[in-house]
Design a protein around this ligand. Structure first.
Ligand code: AMP
Ligand code: GLY
Length: 453
C-alpha cells in the first residue's frame, strides 16, 4: 500500500479481512496503520525510492492511494518490472494531473461539463479574459496543487487576486504556469467512482464528500471534512444517466485515444438542473469517501483488486451492503491552514466500542499505545448502520468520546442528506420522477480556495 492517510488506513483495514492476504507493507503508513501493516518511511512523491522498495519486497500486489506517485508514473515503473499494480499509467493519470488536458478531453468528446472560457499561460491573457465571463467563474491551476489550485470566484477582484497568486507569485510552482477558466456550476456534488481493468468496469456505491470546514457547507474548503455513502443517494434513473452520459463515454473516449486505463477512476460530478456534469477527474479513490465505502464493501477487496490488476475483473463480485457508511473527519487546530501538531489523542479505545465504528487514522503518530496529532486531518471516525441517520448517530456517539486539543469537526455529516439530493431536471432519461429528483440545493458556488491535507 502506498500512502499514509485515512483512505489508506481504510483500505488496509479491509484488506486485512481477506484470507488471501499474508502480509501488508505500507509506505509510509501512519499511527493507525502501524498495528495492521509493516510501515516503511518512504515519501509518496519519491517514485525512485518506491520502485526500489517494490523490487526489494516483490509484493503480489501494489495499491497506490494518492495521486502524486500515479501522476509521476509509478504504475508504468511497476508494470515494467512485472510488479502487479492497481493504478493508471502516467499518460492516463493526466486526467487528474492536468486540468487543461481533462477539460479539453471532456469537450473533445462531448461529455457534459461546465463550458470553457479559455486556457491561459500568461497572467495578462487570463486577466483580459475576465471581461467576458459570467460570475461566478472558476479558475483552476493546471497541475497538481495539493487541492489549493481551484477558486470559485464571485468577482473580478477575487479572480484577479487568485491569478496573480498562481501565475505571478507562482504559489503553486509549475502547477500554476497555466490556468483554466471555466463556467461556475451549481448543484449538489457527488463522487462516482469506478474500478476498471481496462475492459470491464465495476461501479462503486455512490458517495458524497463535504469539503467545507463548517456546518452547512460554509467556510474554507478543505481536503474533506466527512463523507457518506447510502442506499438511495442516487435513484436508478440518475445512476443510469451518469453511466450512459459520463462513465461509458469517458472510457470509450480513452480507448479511442489509445489511453488504456486500469485502476480507480473518480468522477467528481455536479448534479446541475441540466443533468450531471463533470467537475473533475481523479485517478484514484477519494479521501474521505473511501472510509465510508469500505464499511459497505460486501466483497473480498484483495481478490477484486488482484483481479483488476491482472485484467480479470469480475464486476459482479463487487457488491455493497445495504444501509449506509458515514465518516466524520476530526481535524487539528489551525487546519486547513497550518495545523497545530503534537496534541495527545484520548478516547480512541472508547470510541471503537461503539458498535459499527472504526476510527481510521490520517494525521497521527503512534508512540506505544498512545497516538499524537501529526497532520491536518487527524482521524476519520467511520460507522456503518442500516440507514444514514443510524450510521451518522453512531459516528457522532464515537466522535463524542475522542478528545484532543483544538479538535475541529462538522456536526452535520449525513444528517441533512434529504436537502442534498439531485435537483429537478437532473435526469432526462424518463426517470425524472425517481425519488432523488427533487429538492434542489446549491453548493460550491461561493468563493473558496480548496485545501487538501
Ligand atoms: P478540485 O480541486 O478539482 O477537486 O475542485 C475542488 C472543488 O472546486 C470541487 O469539489 C467543487 O466544489 C469546486 N469546483 C470545481 N469546478 C467547479 C465548477 N466548474 N463550478 C463550481 N464549482 C467547481
Ligand atoms: N474527496 C475528494 C478527493 O479525494 O479529492
Amino acid at each position: 500500500m502506498i500512502g499514509g492517510g485515512g483512505r489508506e488506513h481504510a483500505l488496509v483495514w479491509k484488506l486485512r479481512q481477506s484470507a488471501l492476504v499474508e502480509h501488508i507493507w505500507c509506505a509510509p503508513g501512519n499511527g493507525g496503520i502501524a498495528p495492521l501493516a509493516e510501515c516503511i518511511a518512504v515519501n509518496t512523491g519519491d517514485v525512485g525510492a518506491l520502485v526500489a522498495l517494490g523490487e526489494k519486497l516483490r509484493p503480489d500486489l501494489t495499491i497506490v492511494g494518492p495521486e502524486l506517485p500515479l501522476v509521476a508514473g509509478i504504475a508504468d515503473e511497476f508494470a515494467a518490472r512485472g510488479l502487479p499494480v492497481v493504478g493508471p499509467s502516467k499518460q492516463a493519470a493526466r486526467l487528474e494531473g492536468s486540468k487543461a488536458f481533462a477539460k479539453e478531453f471532456l469537450l473533445r468528446h462531448g461529455i457534459p461539463t461546465g463550458s470553457l472560457y479559455g486556457i491561459y499561460d500568461s497572467a495578462s491573457g487570463a486577466y483580459s479574459a475576465l471581461c467576458a465571463v459570467d460570475w461566478p467563474c472558476v479558475i483552476k491551476a493546471d497541475g497538481l496543487a495539493a487541492g489549493k489550485g481551484v477558486l470559485v470566484a464571485s468577482s473580478p477582484d477575487e479572480a484577479t487576486g487568485f491569478i496573480e497568486r498562481a501565475m505571478v507569485d507562482r504559489e503553486f510552482g509549475v502547477a500554476g504556469d497555466s490556468v483554466v477558466l471555466e463556467e461556475g456550476l451549481t448543484g449538489p456534488e457527488l463522487s462516482y467512482i469506478v474500478l476498471t481493468d481496462g475492459a470491464r468496469v465495476a461501479s462503486l456505491a455512490a458517495s458524497r464528500d463535504h469539503k467545507r470546514l463548517f456546518d452547512g457547507d460554509k467556510g474554507p474548503n478543505t481536503g474533506g471534512m466527512g463523507a457518506y455513502s447510502a442506499d438511495g443517494l442516487l435513484g436508478a434513473g440518475l445512476e443510469e444517466k451518469i453511466r450512459n452520459t459520463i462513465v461509458r463515454p469517458t472510457l470509450a473516449a480513452l480507448a479511442k485515444e489509445n489511453i488504456p486505463y486500469r485502476g480507480f477512476l473518480y468522477f467528481g460530478l455536479m448534479l446541475t438542473a441540466e443533468g450531471p456534469k463533470v467537475l473533475e477527474f481523479n485517478c484514484r479513490l477519494g479521501d474521505p469517501e473511501t472510509q465510508a465505502l469500505v464499511m459497505r464493501m460486501d466483497f473480498d477487496l484483495a481478490a477484486v483488486l488482484h483481479a483488476a490488476a491482472a485484467g480479470n475483473l469480475d464486476p459482479s463480485a463487487v457488491r455493497w451492503k445495504p444501509g449506509a457508511g458515514v465518516c466524520v473527519v476530526m481535524a487539528a487546530a489551525g487546519y486547513p491552514g497550518e495545523p497545530r501538531t503534537g496534541a495527545k489523542i484520548d478516547g480512541l479505545a472508547g470510541a471503537e466500542l461503539v458498535p459499527g465504528v472504526v476510527a481510521f487514522h490520517a494525521g497521527t503518530r503512534r508512540e506505544g499505545a498512545t497516538c499524537f496529532v501529526s497532520g491536518g486531518r487527524v482521524l476519520g471516525v467511520t460507522a456503518s448502520g442500516p440507514n444514514l441517520a443510524a450510521a451518522s448517530g453512531l459516528c457522532y456517539d464515537a466522535v463524542a468520546q475522542i478528545r484532543f486539543e483544538g479538535a475541529q469537526f462538522r456536526k452535520d455529516i449525513g444528517v441533512h442528506a434529504e436537502a442534498q439530493k439531485a435537483p429537478a431536471g437532473g435526469s432526462s432519461t424518463g426517470a425524472a420522477s425517481d425519488a432523488t429528483s427533487s429538492g434542489a440545493t446549491s453548493s460550491g458556488a461561493t468563493s473558496s480556495a480548496a485545501t487538501k491535507g
